[in-house]
Design a binder for this molecule. Structure first.
Ligand code: ZN
Length: 150
């Protein structure tokens, strides 16, 4: 007699997330909002974070999408996220697992590491960009001296 069959969660209720800190994939429930990495024991947030006003924080870290709305103004050391949409202002270094979308009216001052970057004409970007599918795990990104600009 098979018992407990009804308790097996269907595959639809699971998702694979990749730890922001140690880059190890692991399965979690689709509705999970926060968890502890099985490998490095750091706490991970999975929810999307909307920013609608001024926010000064040491860091913003989530596997979800960070959306900075038009009136949003983020001042932070770093943003670690699953994706980023900027319609307002961001000051800080960005390390995104997913696409970074920058609206024409946006303003970003900081370095950006992301697999893809889409920038609307007119957006203000000040920083260095490391764009490509291979996102190196760089726990402490040290800014190199800026290249000479002619
Ligand atoms: Zn981890």
């Amino acid at each position: 007699m098979a018992q407990g069959e009804l308790n097996i969660p269907s595959p639809d209720e699971r998702q694979v997330v990749i730890c922001l800190y140690c880059n190890k994939p692991q399965e979690v429930g689709r509705k999970t909002l926060s968890m502890t990495c099985k490998f490095c024991n750091k706490s991970l947030r999975l929810q999307h974070i909307p920013v609608k006003g001024y926010e000064a924080r040491r860091s913003i870290e989530t596997l979800g999408i960070v959306t900075v709305e038009k009136k949003g103004n983020v001042v932070t050391d770093r943003i670690l996220c699953g994706g980023l949409v900027v319609r307002g202002k961001v000051k800080g270094n960005i390390n995104s697992r997913g696409p970074v979308l920058v609206s024409p009216e946006a303003e970003i001052r900081g370095d950006i590491t992301a697999p893809t970057l889409a920038v609307g004409a007119g957006a203000v970007l000040e920083g260095r960009y490391n764009i490509g599918p291979e996102t190196p795990a760089a726990p402490a990104m040290k800014a190199l001296p800026p290249a000479n600009r002619s």
